[in-house]
Design a protein around this ligand. Structure first.
Ligand code: AMP
Length: 493
């Protein structure tokens, strides 16, 4: 790989207005593939659950970078032949985006692109940099002109002003200065780049298809293009992939990895394999453990679809109670929480779920869901199930109470909106209108993952949303530079 590149022009559709700081997203990258952009759009389609607000692809054809970015789903942006024809080249990266701030005007959809001293460089990011605002203020003082409010842009400026000479050294120099959770994919002339934060909080996997190499947030994005899974990119690893192959750099001191436990509970797709565990299998085991901890006499186990399904299957099998689809989900609406205000969010739940009366009428029902955040979904669902004639409603949750916000790339509201931060379990049960409510214990969760208890030595996961044990510094928050955690789960009026 050359470390001194000529200037490469950038050809793209108009920049889209955006105004956000952190993201909960999916990333994909491919090199050595004649249909790089088409396969990237398929990969992003498989990662659509990780971000539905915007999508973007940047490709490189050996001379020029090409870009197309837009608001909305992958299929809305990459269905046209004209768009795909423009995204030339045998290497590309892509991004599905789910902004975690609530501003209304949007200014930048990833991948971002910049012309550096070392040549053109495009980058896409899943995660959240917890010192981005501190660095940004410092960079602005030094004269950097920011084009967006994205934390990802900080990395580009750090690379641009680095004293190092080679692209690689500049990248590592930048990574050493950022804090937080990140999985990056990057594209430069002749190389696809992947980087994962030193604790490996956010996922990134490496795959192969014929002569092409692939990077993706989840293995389901490899499956869709027929690529085989090679391995997870290690915590703290930087991979530089050229037509010659994959080169691995380990620029950080080794630490115990802390993969995000919430990826297993809710965020990843169940058909993905993360860090060696099948997400589906883990969810079923969590359900079985939940039954072992808090089974209750009932006639039927009903999942809150879709995310509660595998845990409900595990619960029903372990408790030897019939599993039934007592709530039917309409798949033609977006995720409920994407609705911006409480009023429309409530409407969203009604649009999305309908009770299957025959299954519920006259029954003692155990409802299984993956998590309670604000409690909006649960309250509506419980009401719906009672109206459909259930005689008892017991709620079982396949995560411990979400009592702390995530600052590492999962979209959760701040403390004041988290039900479990404000109320204990009996008070929550009362608010939700259930006959009983139980959450899996933190030790039970670790047990379902086949790991030692979290208090034996070091915890193997980032479980801060349940424990408040943040494994990374919260520099911006502690300095008071970060605005209150903004979220799609909070109102945007
Ligand atoms: P709430 O209605 O605010 O309690 O949201 C809980 C529901 O949203 C659960 O059914 C989850 O499946 C889903 N959920 C949990 N965490 C998140 C998140 N970070 N982003 C979006 N949805 C979530």
């Amino acid at each position: 790989m050359s470390d001194r590149l000529s200037t490469h022009p950038f050809v793209g559709n108009d920049r889209v207005d955006d105004d956000h700081l952190g993201e909960e997203c999916g990333v994909f990258g491919i090199i050595g593939d004649a249909e790089a952009a088409a396969h990237t759009s398929l990969g992003l389609h498989a990662l659509q659950h990780r971000g539905q607000e915007a999508a973007g692809i940047v490709s490189f054809d050996g001379v020029q970078f090409h870009s197309h970015r837009g608001m909305g789903h992958v299929s809305e942006n990459f269905a046209s032949e004209a768009v795909m024809d423009r995204l030339k080249g045998n290497m590309a990266i892509g991004h599905t985006r789910y902004a975690t701030t609530g501003e209304t005007i949007l200014r930048n959809v990833q991948p971002l692109f910049a012309e550096l001293d070392t040549g053109g460089f495009s980058i896409a990011h899943n995660g959240n940099l917890t010192n981005a605002l501190t660095l940004r203020n410092e960079l602005k003082r030094r004269g950097c002109l920011f084009q967006s409010t994205s934390d990802t842009e900080v990395v580009i400026h750090l690379m641009a002003i680095s004293e190092e000479t080679t692209f690689e050294d500049r990248l590592i120099d930048a990574l050493r200065q950022i804090e937080g959770a990140y999985s990056f994919v990057g594209l430069m002339n002749g190389a696809l780049i992947g980087a994962r934060d030193p604790l490996g909080v956010r996922p990134l996997v490496l795959g192969k298809s014929g002569n092409s190499h692939v990077l993706a947030s989840e293995t389901c994005a490899l499956d869709i293009i027929g690529a085989e899974y090679v391995r997870d990119v290690d915590a703290g690893e930087v991979v530089i992939i050229t037509h010659e192959g994959v080169r691995s750099l380990k620029p950080f001191p080794k630490q115990h990895p802390r993969f995000c436990i919430f990826e297993y509970i809710y965020f990843a797709r169940p058909d993905s394999v993360a860090e060696g565990h099948s997400v589906y299998d883990v969810r079923k085991k969590i359900g079985a453990q939940l039954a072992a901890e808090s089974a209750v006499d009932c006639d039927v186990v009903v999942p809150v679809p879709d995310s509660g399904v595998p845990a409900a299957l595990g619960y029903a099998a372990a408790a030897r109670v019939p599993f039934e689809y007592g709530i039917i989900r309409n798949h033609y609406v977006g995720r409920t929480f994407i609705q911006p205000t409480d009023k429309t969010r409530n409407l969203g739940v009604k649009r999305k779920h309908n009770p299957n009366r025959d299954v519920l009428e006259g029954k003692r029902v155990v409802l299984v869901d993956d998590s309670i955040v604000r409690g909006t979904t649960s309250k509506k669902i419980v009401e719906m199930v009672r109206q459909a004639g259930a005689t008892e409603v017991h709620m079982r949750i396949s995560s411990p109470p979400t009592a702390h916000p995530c600052f590492f790339g999962i979209d959760t509201p701040d403390y004041d909106k988290l039900l479990a931060h404000q109320y204990d379990v009996p008070a929550m049960a009362k608010l939700l209108g259930v006959d009983s409510l139980a959450f899996i214990s933190i030790d039970g969760l670790y047990k379902a993952l086949g790991e030692a208890k979290r208090d034996m030595g070091h915890p193997q996961f980032c479980d801060a949303c349940f424990t408040g044990d943040y494994p990374l510094p919260l520099t911006d928050r502690n300095a008071g530079t970060q605005p209150k955690q903004l979220s799609l789960l909070t109102e945007r009026v």
